[in-house]
Structures are given as C-alpha cells and as structure tokens.
Design a protein around this ligand. Structure first.
Ligand SMILES: Cc1cc2ncn([C@H]3O[C@H](COP(=O)(O)O)[C@@H](O)[C@H]3O)c2cc1C
Ligand SMILES: O=C(O)c1cccnc1
Length: 342
C-alpha cells in the first residue's frame, strides 16, 4: 500500500481560518501550525485530538546479556503487569487523557501468564544478542511489524484521531543506538547514553558493545530493513510497522522519545513520504535523541527532560494538540466578533 498524501484543500482551509481568527496572524505560534497540520492529515478544516490510541509494544533483548542496562531484563515482564494494573507512568497519563491504552507483548523471553488486557503476540522469545548474532530473521520482523499494523487497524476502528506508539524492553536503548548509528553512519560514542541510568563507565561499556555489534553486522546504512533485522528489537519493528500503517491508512502519529524516534527513522528511511504523518512530541533526556531528531528534520513540541519511553512523552504532549485544535475550532473570527482587522 502507498503512503497517503496530506489533504492540501483542508490545509488551505485551515490556514485561511487561522488568518480570520481574532488575533494577529501567527501570534499563537506553533499552536497554529499544529492545527493546520492536523487539518491536513485528518482531511478536514476542523481537526480534533480527542480520541488518542496508545499501544505499548513490549519485548526482550538478547543484548542485555552484555550488561548494557542499569536494570535487570526481568523488569520488562514486571512492567507489563504494571501497565495492566494501571500503575505505570503511561497508564496514569492515559487515564488522565481518557486515551485508549493497550499493551502488546511482541516478544518477551520469559514464561508468564499475560494479565487480562495484555495481547500476547510474540514474534519470537526476545531478540538475538546483537553483539554476536542478528536480532531477528525476516519472518520474525514481518510478524512483529504485522502486530504493529494490527494495532493501527484497531485504533482506526475505535475512532482514533491520534496514534501513540510506546515501547517497553530493557536493553532497547542499546538496540536503538546501534540501529541509529548504522543508519546515520555515526560513531556509537555520538549517540549512546545512560538509558535507564548507566554511570559513565557503564556508558563506555555500552559504546564498546554497540561498536562490536556494528563491526559484526557490517555496513547497513542504505538498507533500513536489514539494519532493523540485524540490530533492532521486536518492539522497534512493531513500532516501525505501526507507523507505516498510519501513513498508509491516514492516521496522525505523535511520536515519543529516543527508541520510538529510531523506529520512525527506520520507517522513514524505508518510505520517505511517511515523514508527513509523524509529529514529534518531545526531546528526550537521552542525549542521542537530538541527533535522531535532526536526521528526521523534527522540532519536537516539549523539552521536559523526560527519558522514560512507554509513550509517556508523547502522551504528555496530547494536551497541547487538544488546545491547538480547540483554539482553531472555537475562537471567533474578526467578522463574528466585530473586531477590526488591520
Ligand atoms: C521500571 C522501568 C520502567 C520503564 N518504562 C520504560 N522504561 C524504558 O527503559 C528501557 C530502556 O532503557 P535501557 O536500555 O537502559 O534498559 C525500556 O524498557 C524503556 O521503555 C523503563 C525502565 C524501567 C527500569
Ligand atoms: O527517550 C526514551 O524513549 C527513553 C530514554 C531512556 C530510556 N528509555 C526510554
């Protein structure tokens, strides 16, 4: 399927409406651009951000065997339970936003009883340890991407107007760093950071692990799919598949932090027209995020020092989208209010 084109008629209508609202042109800054952009993506002059669908994709990473995270791999499944129980940061924000929150296990390694509400769609039992082997084979990547696509279909069926993809997977900042270094041809020291909280020695070790992984897998700069299979993670593949489906089916994406942005980079490298469908919510505290945002030409909405993932940074920016839409839809025009234009 092809990526849809934004609706330029709706965009022009929205821009014209912004011009007629009772304010000096441009005075609501990026809130104006946001409303116009959402109008173009939603194909209507009056956009909305009321129905937000959040899917958190969870998976384990073989590279955790190299000691690259401040937390044990068991936290991935423990957090799945926490999402289901409503206690994770993204659970709380989703409640506050009245957003739909679903959790999809696309590849945990451990045996556990998935709690009610968690979709168990494992494409594999964790990814391979990228230092020594590919993260996944092609069939596994396709299964993980299909899970991502299916979540977008559910979102659209439920009437979503914004899609947020979150991720949970201890070790996934290492996979994301390796992927981004491969696609951007950057040295690991440029993009590797503390993730969940490595100290300086831990980051140095993480750099060495990513260097070894890149050396093991060779040059992948011009092949995003091979890079994803060799260096990625199952939740990163699911996110890339979900973003692709959003572009094909016409659903706006509000992208989260470091890992989600690397998934976006993979998806945009594969399908450049997809870029139009992606709004970037925030600049993560993970230091490498800036390089990825730059590569995507993205200027995120928030810079709160958040570095959690789960979709939490994207969810935190939803109130701004709602405000942009409400201002656009409810402000009076100069004519309606009898206010003089310049
Ligand atoms: C309790 C807890 C909750 C989380 N929620 C998201 N992450 C985040 O941290 C992980 C990536 O960092 P690293 O590569 O350093 O392991 C991912 O699971 C990400 O979603 C969490 C991490 C922890 C510990
Ligand atoms: O920005 C993120 O998404 C992030 C950063 C650190 C750890 N987990 C997620």
């Amino acid at each position: 399927m092809v990526i849809r084109q934004p609706d330029t008629t709706a965009e022009a209508g929205a821009r014209e409406r912004q011009r007629r609202l009772t304010k000096p042109p441009g005075s609501l800054g990026r809130l104006e651009d946001l409303a116009v952009r959402l109008a173009a993506l939603q194909g209507r002059a009056r956009p909305t951000a009321d129905h937000v669908h959040i899917t958190v994709f969870a998976a384990d990473h073989g590279v955790t065997a190299e000691g690259v995270s401040a937390y044990p791999a068991a936290v991935t499944v423990e957090m799945i339970r926490n999402f289901a129980a409503g206690g994770a940061a993204v659970s709380v924000i989703a409640r506050r936003l009245a957003a739909e929150l679903e959790v999809v296990d696309v590849g945990t390694a451990e045996d556990y009883e998935p709690p009610a509400g968690v979709r168990c769609e494992r494409a594999a039992r964790g990814s391979g340890n990228i230092r020594h082997e590919p993260a996944m084979d092609s069939a596994t990547r396709e299964r993980a991407e299909a899970s991502g696509r299916a979540s977008v279909t559910r979102a659209l069926t439920a009437g979503a107007d914004i899609f947020v993809g979150g991720e949970m997977g201890i070790g996934n900042t290492t996979a994301a760093t390796a992927l981004a270094c491969a696609l951007l041809d950057l040295p690991p020291a440029h993009l590797a950071g503390p993730g969940t909280g490595l100290d300086a020695a831990g980051v140095t070790h993480k750099v060495a692990v990513v260097e070894a992984a890149l050396a093991r897998h060779g040059r992948l700069r011009d092949d995003p799919v091979a890079a994803l299979e060799r260096l990625g993670g199952l939740e990163i593949a699911a996110l890339a598949g979900a973003y692709q489906a959003c572009g094909e089916l016409g659903l706006s994406v509000l992208a989260d932090g470091f890992i989600a942005s690397v998934a976006a980079l993979v998806a945009v490298r594969r399908e450049p027209a997809l870029r139009d469908w992606l709004l970037f919510a925030h600049r993560s505290g993970e230091p490498g995020h800036g390089g990825i945002l730059d590569a995507l030409g993205a200027e995120p909405l928030l810079d709160l020092g958040m570095r959690l993932g789960e979709g939490s940074g994207a969810a935190a920016a939803v109130p701004l989208l709602r405000l942009a839409c409400t201002l656009h839809n409810e402000m009076a025009t100069f004519d309606e209010a009898g206010v003089s234009e310049s």
